[in-house]
Design a protein around this ligand. Structure first.
Ligand code: SF4
Ligand code: SF4
Length: 289
């Protein structure tokens, strides 16, 4: 079991708008500084210059760390968001840990705004080896996306995994990813980070492992789970996504094991503002001249 304290975890949860805090009162920005990824999920289609699509992995453009810091500065001066911005997150459009810019950006933000909560989403492949740096940056919350609990299922979800210059396919790649994800969840919880596990629910592919995954990550110290219906794109373009009723049933069952993040809106990699009331970034930068 992890050494994380349940009381501390509850306090931390109430501070973050997406982990149990108030979406209407606290704002967040995702800084899209991380274009590269070290795995290929079958359902992933990352897009740039796409202003009309709202889902993870989508951003209008990728920012350099200094530009990302400038975006935070502009948001803090914005009349609607400025006094509400609490969380600076990095969630893509690729995997944040596969991009050194993630760490540089967090350093810049922490230096300029020490009270800002930092939040990170990752596929977890590099989590065990970067967790000390993440903890040293005082990252508040971490989301690890785990879509399979066995190598057999993982081989159907992930096309490949690239680790230390080597591309691993099939069960070999999936097994390595799973090992790193579980070790990373445990290490992060043991260091006091708030850990949420995202899980893309793919009917007929990984749905038989969802509840066992909830048990596994709860035992490793995760405090929340977010089960997301698959978007029918990429390898899974022909799959029928689960109905709302099925998602409700699965989340109800998983809730008996681990608290469920039902309010998540699957925001874009460059979302900014209050959740559900994102501000227009082109306008934000245009006004700044
Ligand atoms: Fe896409 Fe994220 Fe999967 Fe990488 S980890 S392939 S960016 S969904
Ligand atoms: Fe919050 Fe979910 Fe949006 Fe992240 S994707 S900012 S957790 S609502």
């Amino acid at each position: 079991m992890s050494k994380s304290c349940p009381m501390m975890a509850m306090k931390k949860q109430s501070e973050h708008p997406c982990f149990g805090g108030d979406h209407g009162k606290a704002g967040r920005v995702h800084l899209p500084v991380a274009p590269g990824c070290n795995i290929k999920c079958g359902f992933c289609e990352r897009k740039f210059d796409c202003a009309n699509e709202s889902r993870p992995g989508v951003t209008s453009r990728v920012l350099k760390p200094a530009e990302a810091l400038e975006r935070v500065r502009l948001l803090l001066r914005h009349p609607k968001v400025g006094d509400k911005l609490r969380v600076v997150g990095i969630a893509g459009p690729g995997d944040p840990l596969a991009n050194e810019r993630t760490f540089e950006t967090f350093r810049l933000v922490k230096e300029a705004y020490p009270d800002m909560m930092l939040c990170l989403s990752t596929n977890g492949l590099l989590l065990p080896e970067r967790i000390d740096e993440i903890a040293a940056l005082d990252v508040h919350s971490l989301t690890v996306t785990i879509n399979a609990l066995t190598a057999e299922t993982g081989a159907k979800v992930y096309e490949w995994v690239r680790y230390r210059g080597e591309v691993l396919r099939g069960e070999q790649g999936a097994a390595l990813l799973l090992e790193k994800q579980l070790a990373g969840v445990e290490a992060a919880a043991a260091r006091g980070l708030l850990v949420k596990v995202n899980h893309v629910y793919i009917p007929g592919v990984n749905d038989h492992e969802t509840l066992d995954l909830a048990v596994k990550v709860r035992n490793l110290g995760a405090t929340m789970m977010n089960i997301i219906p698959v978007i029918p794109i990429g390898l899974f373009k022909d799959i029928a996504p689960p109905s709302d009723a099925v998602m409700e049933m699965v989340r109800n069952q998983a809730e008996l094991i681990l608290s469920q993040a039902r309010h998540c809106r699957q925001c874009r990699a460059d979302a900014a503002g209050l959740v559900g009331q994102d501000i227009d970034l082109a306008e934000l930068h245009a006004q700044a001249g």
